[in-house]
Design a protein around this ligand. Structure first.
Ligand code: ASP
Length: 327
């Protein structure tokens, strides 16, 4: 019997190759009016995260380890909408979501609506490796990590002045962080600041992870695409690893991360074409906004977004470091 994966395996991946890509959210970056020094701050954190990932992969560490540690760097920075610096819900609280997936085994772990876990990506990894479940939410997820030795933090840790002010503004103007005129052109403000990482390790294993505070001013314990395997996060060896960012509802309805993998697996497309079709055709047709990072078994990396920018970066085996913000 011919495996579906044979379609994407015509050329053998180079042994010992590795690469990694990250994002820090997509959106209307132009309108954020970032000063040069602010841009440098973003670039500095992206660069630090890439160096952490590079050191792990270069010394033979796993893609899963790289994804977790890299995302922790981004969660610990107040600049991004994940971990510290997450956006606020309508009631003034912070609820975070995250997921991680191992392309080798198709094992995955996810959390949603957690309020006291410093690094939600580590909680997702713990659920994957230490429970029989894939997805835990709220206080149940917090109880689970505590039972397994993780310490919780005071919810105050996650709050920043900037996010409090953004919520006040959003409530006053009755909008979430990014409201779109559905002609697809007019983004009135803001950006999505979710973080994500995809990696290929020297053993040829792919992994993906995504972490977020979700959408500013969200209500009713809304959960986005980030922790949903197949929507915002997906990894499968010999196919690809994907992490998305944008308006979660668009990514959930279009199952974007798995849509990309399917186009490669069943449609025999290259990573670049699969991502372009999912993001620039499918997502755009549905007026969806956002983007993704993706990597394949050969270490090819693709960034693609329908917004005016995406905080992003990558590094390869040769030590080529890249960071970008706008188009
Ligand atoms: N995709 C995330 C969500 O909808 C938001 C983001 O990417 O910033 O929860």
């Amino acid at each position: 019997m011919v495996s579906c994966k044979d379609n994407v395996k015509s050329k053998k991946p180079e042994a010992g190759n590795f690469a990694l890509a990250i994002h820090g959210g997509s959106g209307n970056i132009d309108k954020m009016n970032l000063s040069d020094s602010e841009k440098l701050e973003y670039q500095h954190v992206l660069d630090s995260a890439l160096h952490v990932g590079y050191a792990i992969l270069q010394t033979g560490g796993t893609s899963m380890m790289a994804v977790e540690k890299v995302i922790k760097v981004l969660e610990n920075s107040p600049l991004f909408n994940a971990g510290k610096g997450s956006v606020l819900c309508n009631d003034g609280s912070i609820e975070m979501d995250a997921a991680i997936m191992d392309g080798k085994t198709l094992d995955a772990g996810a959390v949603a609506g957690v309020r006291r876990i410093k690094n939600p990506i580590s909680a997702a990894k713990m659920i994957m490796s230490k429970s029989k479940y894939v997805f835990l939410y709220g206080t149940g997820a917090e109880d689970f990590v505590v039972e397994n030795g993780m310490k919780l933090v005071d919810p105050e840790y996650f709050f920043t002045k900037k996010r409090k002010e953004q919520l006040e503004k959003a409530i006053k103007e009755e909008k979430d962080e990014m409201i779109l005129d559905h002609d697809g052109k007019t983004e009135t403000e803001g950006k999505y600041g979710t973080v994500g990482c995809v990696a290929l390790d020297q053993a040829g294993n792919l992994a993906a992870g995504t972490s977020t505070g979700g959408l500013m001013n969200k209500k009713f314990h809304r959960i986005g695409d980030s922790p949903l395997i197949g929507s915002g996060t997906y990894a499968e060896n010999d196919v690809c690893a994907v992490s998305c960012t944008g308006r979660g509802e668009d990514f959930i309805k279009n199952v974007i991360a798995y849509d990309i993998a399917s186009r490669m697996k069943y449609g025999h497309l290259s990573l670049e074409d699969a991502v372009a079709q999912s993001i620039q055709i499918k997502l755009r047709e549905e007026k969806g906004r956002g983007g993704c990072i993706a990597i394949d078994a050969y270490g090819n990396i693709v960034f693609n977004f329908t917004t005016s920018g995406m905080f992003r970066g990558s590094v390869d085996k040769k030590g080529n470091f890249y960071t970008g913000i706008g188009r």
